[in-house]
Write a protein that binds this ligand. Structure first.
Ligand SMILES: *[C@@H]1O[C@H](CO)[C@@H](O)[C@H](O)[C@H]1NC(C)=O
Ligand SMILES: *[C@@H]1O[C@H](CO)[C@@H](O)[C@H](O)[C@H]1NC(C)=O
Ligand SMILES: *[C@@H]1O[C@H](CO)[C@@H](O)[C@H](O)[C@H]1NC(C)=O
Ligand SMILES: *[C@@H]1O[C@H](CO)[C@@H](O)[C@H](O)[C@H]1NC(C)=O
Length: 457
């Protein structure tokens, strides 16, 4: 069951959760359920949540903001007084410091001019000097305080600018307007539930263990392009020396071990990073950087093509090794290959592939070392990379092909059975398929999507 969850704040945030979040994720306090909608299969549940009227009402918000602004203004007055005082003290301090310096040079002069030296005067001077010496730390403290105060002043100025901006923005909308926005949003949601799947990864929950079978390393998957009635599961045990693909009609057949077909591929595969996309299996041919497209329907290889410059055969594997150099995956935007090249210093390269010809359509160079990546998966054109295949792994880095920018992140993933040799996103199921030390597991994902105020698409 899938669900969409919409949270409308004054700035309009939209959150999409991969699965029905009923039990685990609730709207924040002070938010009310506004309306909900289901798709034709009854699969999707959309809930629009708007702030409670009193919280959202223009007057209450405005009053709160006015109070805040007043507080800031009061503070800034206090700071000003403090600042004036410090400035005055500071000038006094500077004067003292220069006097001390003058005294010190005079002292040296006297010391070097032995002829005019009078013991009594000398001792007096020395005593005074020692007294002043004690003041030095105090002077330093004053200097530090003065810097602190000017920093404080700047902070207050910044804060008051931000508040003024928010105040203006809030003032621009009243509740009716917000309500209209919610209604408009709801209408759009009904129409494009399937289009609105994309968002930023926020959380990974699970896993649930579907089955325990096979060796420690392998791959299992469904076809994200298959028709809704087609729920076939493909199973490819081991990362090397194998070319038998097992097919199951459904997850329950898979769990029960009821195979519907087996396919004997013409070439062995390397690694565990295969993908099934629109009826074809894409995999890395053993000891090469060739990608093979095998059609299940015809039982033939339709295309094979080398992925230029891609390292293979444990030159640039994921942290666990296993010839996992070339990772094939699919998301909402199509087929992708994740690999590393010498030209990019062993760092991960993302290539979008034409799913019929396996030609590279476009490539992006990241600065994340492939050998330091535990696994990676693509959601909505953004690559997410985990930092390890072992316990404590987390999604650590993401690269958006839309903006060609990267980001460090910290999204924990529960590595239940201690060793992860496969992790791939399935856009149809909105779930991550994993091979966890001989266990076939599934994770839920929470995606978050921000709708800009002027977004009418
Ligand atoms: C600001 O200062 C005035 C006068 O000192 C005081 O009456 C008022 O309550 C203060 N406002 C806030 C928000 O602290
Ligand atoms: C104030 O804002 C400016 C510009 O945004 C920023 O460069 C500066 O660091 C901020 N100062 C403080 C103290 O936050
Ligand atoms: C997927 O496969 C079906 C039938 O095999 C075909 O009709 C359809 O055009 C394919 N879709 C794409 C995007 O190639
Ligand atoms: C995803 O979440 C739903 C609802 O909370 C739950 O029923 C399902 O078992 C979860 N699946 C996974 C893979 O965790």
């Amino acid at each position: 069951m899938r669900a969409l969850f919409v949270v409308l704040k004054p700035l309009c945030f939209l959150a999409l959760f991969g699965y029905c979040p009923s039990a685990t994720i609730r709207p924040k306090e002070g938010w009310q359920v506004y309306s909900s909608a289901q798709d034709t299969d009854g699969r999707c549940i959309c809930t629009v949540v708007a702030p409670e009227q009193n919280l959202c009402s223009r007057d209450a918000k405005s009053r709160q903001l006015r109070q805040l602004l007043e507080k800031i203004q009061n503070m800034s007055q206090s700071i000003e007084v403090l600042n004036l005082r410090t400035q005055r003290d500071f000038q006094y301090v500077m004067k003292m410091e220069s006097q001390m310096k003058g005294l010190r040079s005079k002292f040296r002069q006297i010391e070097s001019n032995r002829r005019t030296l009078l013991t009594k005067n000398f001792q007096e001077l020395k005593g005074k000097m020692n007294e002043l010496q004690l003041l030095i730390p105090v002077l330093e403290q004053y200097k530090t305080d003065a810097t602190l105060i000017s920093q404080f002043k700047e902070e207050i100025r910044n804060l008051s600018l931000v508040l003024t901006a928010i105040h203006e923005e809030i003032g621009a909308y009243d509740y009716e307007e917000l309500q209209q926005r919610v209604l408009g949003l709801e209408g759009r949601l009904r129409n494009c539930m399937n289009k609105l799947t994309c968002g930023k990864l926020m959380k990974i929950t699970g896993p649930i263990t579907v089955k325990t079978s096979g060796t420690r390393f392998g791959a299992w998957m469904k076809d994200p392009q298959a028709s809704p009635k087609n729920n076939k599961v493909w199973y490819m045990d081991s990362y090397t020396n194998n070319k038998i693909v097992r097919e199951y009609k459904s997850v329950s057949d898979f769990v029960a071990g009821v195979e519907s077909r087996t396919y004997n591929l013409p070439f062995h595969w390397a690694g565990t990073n295969h993908v099934v996309y629109n009826g074809s299996l894409y995999y890395n041919k053993y000891q090469s950087n060739i990608i093979v497209r095998y059609s299940f329907e015809s039982g033939r290889v339709m295309t094979q093509r080398a992925l230029e410059s891609a390292g293979f055969h444990n030159v640039y594997p994921y942290t666990w090794g296993g010839f996992s150099d070339i990772d094939l995956m699919a998301d909402e935007l199509g087929l992708w290959a994740i690999y590393a090249t010498n030209q990019n210093a062993g760092n991960i390269v993302i290539s979008q592939l034409d799913h019929l010809t396996i030609q590279v359509l476009n490539s992006w160079n990241t600065e994340y070392s492939k050998r330091n990546a535990g696994e990676s998966f693509m959601i909505c054109g953004t690559l997410y990379i985990t930092n390890s295949h072992l316990t404590g792994a987390k999604v650590y880095y993401s690269y958006s092909t839309k903006t060609s920018t990267y980001e460090y992140m910290d999204i924990p993933i529960h590595n239940k059975y201690f060793h992860m040799s496969m992790l791939d996103y399935n856009a149809r199921d909105r779930a991550l398929y994993g091979w966890n030390n001989g266990h076939q597991v599934l994770f839920n994902v929470t995606l978050f999507h921000i709708i800009k105020n002027d977004d009418e698409s």
